[in-house]
Design a protein around this ligand. Structure first.
Ligand code: PSU
Ligand code: MN
Length: 314
């Protein structure tokens, strides 16, 4: 993929993203599994474009990442986003899936794990998403723990999310993030957000109030060679779901998934769809709102990171 002398032919950074990186403009990478599998049409396409717009409004340049016909793409055209939004036949790629996809000329939306690995290769330092993958409920039996966690821990790319998806076991996910040595910082919150809902009851020890403070944590994490950090911000207040109602809905979705024998990387998309149906689409509106808010915050942090790049560290 990356050759000694630069980028290989199957690693394509768009001209806009290339220019931004060269001129020291802030860049935010965006994942594309949420487009291909996380949200239904037409909201997926709308949300993808709104996220890009939110990054631009903050003064940074968006770089949506995907694998298309065997090429790793950093920065997508509107037509590429359109084809990912149609979803049918489009794979879901974690970091480990990328080599096979490139070798066989496949196409896939990239999850957080693949997106941050590719972002790091391209020299991008921050990614925005909705909710990261984590430790699934019942993982003590299934061993189902998202590759996002390990990848965040070994990749110095900041991730802005609304915590981990609420279908997961959030206390175990936080424990795992601690074990893996990932800094977890609340952005204007002292509580680990529960994706569709702002409240999880899980206390965060570290909290920042401004993009400048968040950028400082990102720089220091990277200086220490740590992964992440994971910067978490709650869903916008008017779109958040009631935590008790959400829990009830998730309980039903989990039983349904078990009855249907859903396994592997199909679990998360299946559960998100089941929750969307049970909430009459309210979870989709929450998801869209938090994606856009996270893109905006990541854009603001990227601008601060760019502003201070190259200065001597104090
Ligand atoms: N955020 C969303 N919706 C999503 C995802 C994130 O709002 O669908 C995707 C991300 O790509 C994340 C993936 O990496 O879900 C986690 O999938 P899994 O649990 O199979 O690792
Ligand atoms: Mn999994």
């Amino acid at each position: 993929m990356r050759t000694e002398g630069g980028m290989a032919h199957n690693f394509i950074v768009s001209p806009q993203v290339k220019d931004a990186l060269a001129s020291g403009t802030g860049v935010v990478a965006l994942e594309s599994s949420v487009i291909a599998h996380g949200l239904p049409a037409p909201v997926n396409r709308e949300a993808a474009l709104e996220m890009e717009q939110a990054v631009r409004a903050a003064g940074a340049v968006p770089a949506t990442i995907a694998v298309i016909d065997g090429s790793v793409r950093v920065g997508l055209s509107a037509s590429a986003i359109d084809s990912l939004s149609r979803g049918e036949g489009i794979g879901k790629a974690g970091a480990r899936d990328v080599p096979f996809l490139v070798a066989t000329k496949g196409t896939a939306g990239t999850t957080v794990s693949a997106t941050i690995r590719i972002a790091a290769l391209a020299g991008i330092r921050i990614v925005a998403t909705g909710g990261i993958g984590g430790v699934h409920r019942g993982a003590e039996n299934t061993f189902d723990v998202s590759a996002d966690l390990r990848e965040i821990s070994r990749t110095s790319v900041a991730v802005v999310s609304s915590g981990a998806k609420s279908v997961l076991d959030l206390p175990k996910t936080l424990e795992m993030l601690e074990s893996l040595g990932v800094p977890v910082v609340g952005f204007r919150t002292g509580e680990f957000p529960a994706f569709y809902s702002a409240r999880s009851g899980l206390h965060l020890e570290q909290r920042v109030q401004t993009p400048i403070e968040a950028a400082a944590v990102v720089r220091e994490s990277h200086a220490l060679g740590l992964g992440g950090p994971l910067i978490v911000q709650p869903v916008p207040e008017d779109k958040g779901l009631d935590p008790a109602w959400l829990e009830e809905t998730i309980g039903e979705a989990l039983l349904y998934a078990e009855r249907e024998g859903i396994r592997g990387n199909a679990v998360t998309p299946f559960l998100l769809r089941a929750v969307a149906e049970a909430t009459g689409g309210a979870s989709i509106e929450a998801n869209r709102a938090l994606l856009v808010a996270n893109a905006r915050t990541a854009g603001e942090i990227a601008v601060e990171l760019a502003a201070t790049a190259g200065l001597p560290r104090s």
